[in-house]
Unconditional design. Sequence first.
Length: 178
Amino acid sequence: MTAETMQQEGEAVGFPWWLVLLEGVAAVILGLLLLSNPKSTMLVLVQVLGIYWLIKGVFAIVSIFIDSSQWGWKLFVGVLGIVAGIIVLQNPIWSSVLVPTVLVIILGIEGIIIGVVNIVQAFQGAGWGAGILGVLSILLGLVLLTNAFIASFALAYVLGIFMIIGGIAAVVMAFRLK
């Protein structure tokens, strides 16, 4: 793919190159903060998430007055967002431990489900590879579920590494778009 094609695709999508660059730099900075000071950074990120949930909940309820279709779901999402946002903002330290732990539990359950699906696909003709990946996925899911609290502390480091890698990729892509 040439830089000109990427430029045209970037313009077609509507993202200016400098916005991708800013996103990449922000991701690298957040990744470095997560690796250097995971507790404080996770506390701030969870607080931002709480503010987001609160604002999203208010907007969901306001949207009922603009478009009343599916008002029951909008009301449910709005109330849930407001309650979650308030709880996170009122209990910052508790939330910075609970939110990553719940995320790890969800990932563990997802790993088990994906593993079972892969094993079923292996028996239906997808091959040994799908079966082996299914077993590994189930084992990883079980490890996450049995050690959810411990794994939640490692989550900051894993997120930090992924953010640095993703940020560097975004910076490179931004300059290729330019």
